[in-house]
Design a protein around this ligand. Structure first.
Ligand code: C2E
Ligand code: MG
Ligand code: MG
Ligand code: MG
Length: 294
């Protein structure tokens, strides 16, 4: 297939090469190019209060539009970025873009004072000792309070992390940023880290949300997670909420905030401001009058 495209054409994504290692390296080269050619950008997905459907914040998610291949999903390039060290540059880009945008939205009254942006940080970034200093400089530059930023990390960060990572997390928390455990429940790990590290909340993974309202066991798992989280003073966000049934089940087991296609996919900053502006009338999705009993 690549040959048919003629000389000079990239074979980066030719899966017929049967050479995964080579493909990885070429994707890495393309990613390096993407960083210098502005092929990366950030989209925003609302995090809403289940009860009202009003946004309390948004998650910033990176996107890569390759000039010939189109959208390349983060699931494909983030692991490569992590392995190659490029994640550091990508992280810097996403933070700066997201914080700049939040500064603009705050000054324009698009979002409330307490609205926060949630930014994914990968294990490698959290092992860089100067991250807290760099981050606090960025907050200052864009005039954003640390309280209006949440940093999302996976459980593995705290389970496998070095002492440097522990220090970095404590310093980030001291600045005032929220620290959220992403994909909570998928790490199959002991939960002791929730006390050892200054975590402020958990994001219940979509895999636990899928069966809600249909599968009693899933309801009970989430109920237990909520009880434990609240006992530890942690906030809870449900990820990947797609249906009204899931929303109702989440509400009834005490989850306060959710994120998912039910309310909206991740969209550009311009679209986000149009759709989620403080003053925009939001379509109400009423909660059921009769409480679900269990
Ligand atoms: P994540 O942090 O758990 O982000 C949530 C993912 O679920 C996003 O996928 C989002 O688009 C998707 N999602 C949201 N609502 C729904 C829903 O209702 N149903 C379904 N099926 N999916 C939903 P996305 O944007 O493809 O990102 C995938 C992963 O890539 C993220 O998972 C995160 O781990 C990573 N990622 C994305 N952006 C960044 C970034 O800037 N830095 C780092 N380090 N990782 C990133
Ligand atoms: Mg996330
Ligand atoms: Mg997540
Ligand atoms: Mg996830």
């Amino acid at each position: 297939r690549a040959k048919a495209e003629g000389p000079g054409r990239s074979t980066i994504f030719d899966t017929s090469m049967h050479d995964q290692a080579r493909e990885r390296i070429e994707l890495e080269v393309a990613l390096r190019q993407a960083l210098s050619d502005d092929q990366l950008y950030v989209v925003y997905q609302p995090i809403v209060r289940l009860e009202t459907g009003m946004p309390v914040g948004a998650e910033a998610l990176v996107r890569w539009e390759h000039p010939t291949r189109g959208q390349i999903p983060p699931m494909l390039f983030i692991p490569i970025a992590e392995d190659s060290g490029l994640i550091s540059q990508i992280g810097t880009f996403v933070r700066n873009e997201a914080l700049r945008q939040l500064g603009v939205w705050r000054s324009q009254g698009v979002v409330s004072e307490s609205f926060y942006l949630s930014i994914n940080v990968s294990p490698r970034q959290l092992s860089e000792p100067d991250l807290p200093l760099v981050f606090s400089g960025e907050l200052f530059k864009y005039g954003v309070p640390a309280q209006c930023v949440a940093l999302e990390m996976t459980e593995s960060v705290m389970v496998d992390g070095s002492s440097v990572t522990g220090r970095v997390l404590h310093e980030l928390r001291q600045l005032g940023a929220k620290l959220l455990v992403d994909d909570f429940g998928t790490g199959f790990s002991a939960l002791g880290y929730l006390r050892r590290f200054p975590v402020t909340g958990v994001k219940i993974d979509r895999s636990f949300v899928i069966g809600l309202g249909k599968n009693v066991e899933d309801d009970e798992i989430v109920r237990a997670v909520v009880a434990m989280s609240h006992a530890l003073g942690l906030s809870v966000i449900a990820e990947g909420v797609e249906t009204v049934l899931q929303r109702e089940a989440l509400y009834h087991v005490g989850v306060v905030n959710g994120q998912g296609w039910l309310w909206g996919k991740a969209v550009s900053a311009v679209e986000f401001a149009e759709r989620w502006h403080l003053s925009a009338a939001l379509p109400e999705i009423p909660l059921p009058v009769a409480a679900v009993t269990s």
